[in-house]
Design a protein around this ligand. Structure first.
Ligand code: PMP
Length: 416
């Protein structure tokens, strides 16, 4: 090594220029949905009567028999210890059984990894599949975590936008126009967060077959599988398009189906080599999911679906109230969502109009104005793709929902 190199390598001023926070992590945006929720909760804590349409979580308590399973587990010393990083074998088996029951997809225990919520499953699926520069097709509007998880893994999210005119559903033709030599994965989610859109069986099959024909992997997020309305069925792309072979990763969890967002149990189902790689990653990142939560999840996934059927009745009623209320506002267009618990309203016609003393030109500005003026929390479209939309969760009490929609109607109708 010559003296010049040696000096420059020891140069303190060069070292001072190293960023404090790594570029990779510094580029991650705060979760916009959680940010809106935090702002709304802070306002509420200070005594303001805020109505929160921001966050996506059922307002029901976790069913009793599930809580009881956790209580029983908490009393057993074996659950006070480390357990296998990839999950308790009984839970993995129950997840395999449930995947066959609900997705029609047959897997064994070695194809299951229990994760800290669906979020960690999404993260590890992309970490396990992507090398730097690999592209992932992401139908837009998209759940805000997908692009961040893709970028963290060194991948490149390629957004494919489907607007309300097409029911927020992408077509194989649109995907085809976005594919390149670097495309490795298609992200698929139905029912969708943020739009509530559900792909029909034929649409799922066509998209799956298109992906298979191009040798792509499909990461399919099935977390809202049990929340569909109007008789619209859930269709798993894993079984609708058998041509995908083993290049399918299902991500799922107990959060939405059993009102268990806080328990943090999700899973990844996929081919053995990918599951093994992701388990290795998890063994260094987080180890096993809390055993008490895993035992609660075991009671959930091996038990009945009655609780979700009851929640669905309430969600369905609220869905109709919300969509009807939103569409009654001049300048707001909200296609009827057939799944999940979100309405995705097109507010492009409202932008540029005078409202409450200001003239919002983006949905982010409009959402801020709505929170400030009428104390209703909604998430702007910018969190999920293009500006011009608002996501409203209807997973809240009927009375709050009616008050919140009433406030929106009054405020937004004053646009001129
Ligand atoms: N996928 C989608 C589409 C979601 O909306 C969510 C929760 N907002 C998740 C995955 C992850 O849920 P969790 O980590 O709470 O299991």
């Amino acid at each position: 090594m010559n003296a010049t190199t040696d000096d420059s390598m020891r140069d303190d001023s060069t070292r001072q220029n190293l960023p404090r926070i790594s570029r990779r992590i510094a580029s991650i945006a705060e979760s916009a949905t959680l940010a809106v929720d935090a702002k709304a909760k802070a306002l509420k804590a200070s005594g303001r009567p805020v109505i929160g349409f921001g966050v996506g979580e059922p307002d029901f308590p976790t069913p009793d028999y599930i809580v009881q399973a956790a209580v029983d587990a908490a009393r057993q010393p074996r659950f006070h210890r480390y357990s296998p990083a990839g999950g308790l074998p009984d839970l993995k088996q129950a997840i395999a059984d449930k995947t066959l029951r609900d997705s029609g997809y047959s897997v064994d225990l070695a194809q299951v990894l229990v994760t800290n919520g669906g979020k960690q499953a999404v993260y590890q699926a992309f970490a396990g599949l992507l090398d730097p520069g690999d592209e992932v097709l992401v139908p837009s509007p998209f759940w805000t975590t997908y692009p961040e998880a893709i970028r963290l893994a060194g991948g490149v999210p390629v957004e494919v936008f489907a607007g309300p005119e097409q029911g927020y559903l992408v077509t194989p033709e649109q995907l085809d126009a976005a594919i390149t030599a670097r495309t490795k994965v298609l992200l698929f989610v139905s029912p969708s967060n943020p739009t509530g859109a559900v792909y029909g069986p034929d649409e799922v099959r066509r998209i799956g077959e298109w992906a298979a024909a191009h040798g792509l992997w499909v990461v399919t997020d099935e977390i809202y599988e049990h929340l569909t309305y109007d008789g619209v069925p859930f269709t798993s792309i894993a079984t609708a398009a058998p041509a995908l072979g083993d290049k399918v990763v299902i991500v799922n969890g107990v959060a939405k189906t059993y009102a268990m967002t806080g328990w943090r149990v999700g899973w990844m189902v996929g081919p053995k080599d990918l599951i093994k790689a992701a388990t290795n990653l998890q063994s260094h990142a987080t180890s096993n999911v809390a055993n008490v939560s895993q035992m609660a999840a075991l009671a959930a996934v091996s038990g009945p679906l009655t609780a979700v059927e009851e929640m669905k009745v309430a969600f369905d009623r609220r869905r109709r109230a919300m969509v009807g209320g939103l569409n009654a506002i001049d300048g707001v267009e909200c296609p009827t969502p057939h799944g999940a618990f979100y309405a995705y309203a097109d507010v492009r016609a409202l932008l540029g109009r005078k409202l409450g003393g200001s003239t919002p030109t983006t949905s982010a500005e409009l959402a801020t104005l709505i929170l400030e003026k009428v104390e209703v929390a909604v998430v702007p479209g910018e969190a999920f793709g293009p500006s011009g939309f608002l996501r409203l969760s209807y997973a809240l009490g009927d009375e709050d929902l009616a008050v919140g929609v009433g406030r929106l109607q009054e405020f937004l109708s004053s646009a001129g």
